[in-house]
Design a protein around this ligand. Structure first.
Ligand SMILES: *Cc1c(COP(=O)(O)O)cnc(C)c1O
Length: 378
């Protein structure tokens, strides 16, 4: 798998164009940076000016610090008490949803003699984590806890659709005003994730920080779109995946292919075997319906997707030989395959497919310098 630094750069710039210039970007890199590789993807974000990062679990925050990434990191989920000293020592921020959680954070910070920077989360209609935006009395008690600094105040939208988002944002706006009154200062406010940023909602809610995830990967936040809506080609998929043809065989009509022997060739065929399968994250639903790119042509997947192999019908493609590159995600000439094609085949959303990409498989970063050089030579 390859990660394009040029695409990361383009996506950061495109997000910046959708928000006020002074807006702080908090890149959401949970779930192994949506399958892009937590550390390598985060490094690229930080290198190109993304000021802060957010992860779901304490473990991910520790991995970032171990890799030498020292940007502010927010843990979105409730961290186990045992992890709090480590998080606090590393200056990692914690999203706080409840008073008991806040007290545990305060105790740990007091024991270490350091501040605990927290981002208080309010629920404005997603009905998930958070204090109710209607009752902020707990906020005053939390702010009074030893060693606790309420650095941020945030909510999460259920939808970027106008009526839902508008209602949530006006509740949030009101909650922010009351929170500022209670605290005596205004914490960093943030609410918008990719769908709302792409929908241009930052104009409606120009808060200090936004939390894009999938947009930084260059992929659409919508459930069904194959491109980021209204992007005019400015968002570029960051991840591509290639493999090589391991073996080619000519088979007669009536040959059964793969486990289950369900696929039977209807004519003599040239079959190519590729060492990639569902253990690498390919949806099994691509069996007999998906396709890849070989020699700038689409080649259908025939038979099942195995754990570590898949079979292609390359009958119509001239000059294919062992060792040739197979593009599973990415483009070759005018042909293009996106994670959206996989998601559609599997009847699911792009992020569901992305998080199944084998985390152990190396993500090679194609650096900017290489792209610039290539452009100079053509
Ligand atoms: C996942 C997540 C995001 C990022 O969502 P995208 O749609 O990928 O931009 C932002 N905020 C919170 C709280 C999240 O859990």
């Amino acid at each position: 798998m390859e990660i394009s630094e040029a695409a990361v750069l383009a996506n950061i710039a495109s997000v910046r164009r959708l928000v006020d210039p002074a807006t702080v970007l908090m890149g959401v890199v949970k779930a192994d940076a949506y399958g892009h590789g937590l550390v390598s993807f985060s490094r690229l974000l930080v290198r190109h000016g993304v000021e802060q990062l957010a992860v779901a679990h304490a473990e991910e925050a520790f991995r970032l610090r171990d890799a030498g990434i020292d940007a502010p990191v927010l843990v979105l989920n409730h961290a186990p008490t045992a992890d709090l000293p480590g998080l606090l020592r590393a200056g990692i921020r914690q999203a706080v949803y409840g008073e008991a959680q806040a007290r545990a954070v305060s105790r740990a910070a007091r024991a270490l003699g350091c501040p605990a920077r927290i981002h208080v989360k309010v629920d404005t209609g997603l009905s998930r984590f958070g204090f109710s935006s209607g009752n902020l009395a707990p906020l005053a008690r939390i702010a009074a806890l030893d060693n606790v600094v309420v650095e941020g105040f945030h909510t999460h939208l259920a939808s970027a659709e106008e009526d839902v988002a508008d209602r949530q944002l006006s509740l949030f706006d009101d909650a922010c005003r009351r929170a500022t009154g209670l605290l005596g200062y205004r914490p960093t406010r943030h609410a918008l994730a990719s769908a709302a940023i792409a929908a241009g909602l930052h104009g409606r809610a120009p808060l200090e920080m936004v939390r894009p995830g999938i947009l930084l990967c260059g992929l659409p936040p919508s459930y069904t779109a194959s491109d980021v809506p209204g992007d005019a080609g400015r968002f570029q998929p960051v991840l591509s995946m290639t493999s090589r043809i391991e073996q080619i065989r000519s088979v007669a009509a009536g040959t059964r292919i793969g486990y289950g022997a369900a696929h039977v060739t209807s004519a003599p065929a040239t079959i190519a075997i590729v060492p990639v399968g569902f253990a690498d994250g390919l949806p099994r639903a691509l069996a007999d319906s998906g396709r890849v790119i070989v020699a700038r042509r689409y080649a259908p997947i025939v038979g099942p997707v195995g754990m570590g192999h898949l079979t292609l019908d390359v009958t119509g493609i001239p000059g294919v030989s062992t060792g040739d590159e197979v593009v599973l995600l990415g483009s070759d000439g005018h042909r293009r395959l996106g994670i959206q094609d996989w998601a559609a085949a599997a009847g699911t959303i792009n992020t569901d497919v992305l998080v199944r990409l084998a985390s152990a498989a190396p993500r090679v970063v194609r650096p900017l310098s290489e792209v610039i050089e290539q452009e100079c030579y053509v």
